[in-house]
Design a binder for this molecule. Structure first.
Ligand code: SF4
Length: 76
């Protein structure tokens, strides 16, 4: 099965909440700093990365499209 990778360049997040609305299974807003959090992601030099399930791909692609600062990447 092909792996689907999502990356979030978190330091550039403006906290608009679109990703949380569109893909609530994978995203939350942080109460600490008002930026979104990609659930279960690993931070490597500011790029937070995780694998998602195939059924979550479409929602995350929509989130990537909607993100106003274009910091969400979905690869499969
Ligand atoms: S859509 Fe983009 S800018 Fe908005 S909260 Fe999500 S990652 Fe941050």
């Amino acid at each position: 099965m092909a792996k689907i990778v999502v990356t979030h360049q978190r330091d550039k997040c403006i906290g608009c909440n679109y990703c949380v609305e569109l893909a609530p299974d994978n995203w939350r807003m942080s109460k600490k700093d008002g930026k979104s959090v990609l659930l279960n992601s690993v931070d490597k030099k500011g790029f937070h990365t995780t694998y998602i399930k195939p059924e979550e791909e479409e929602a995350n692609r929509l989130a990537a499209k909607a993100c106003p600062v274009n910091i969400i990447q979905v690869r499969s």
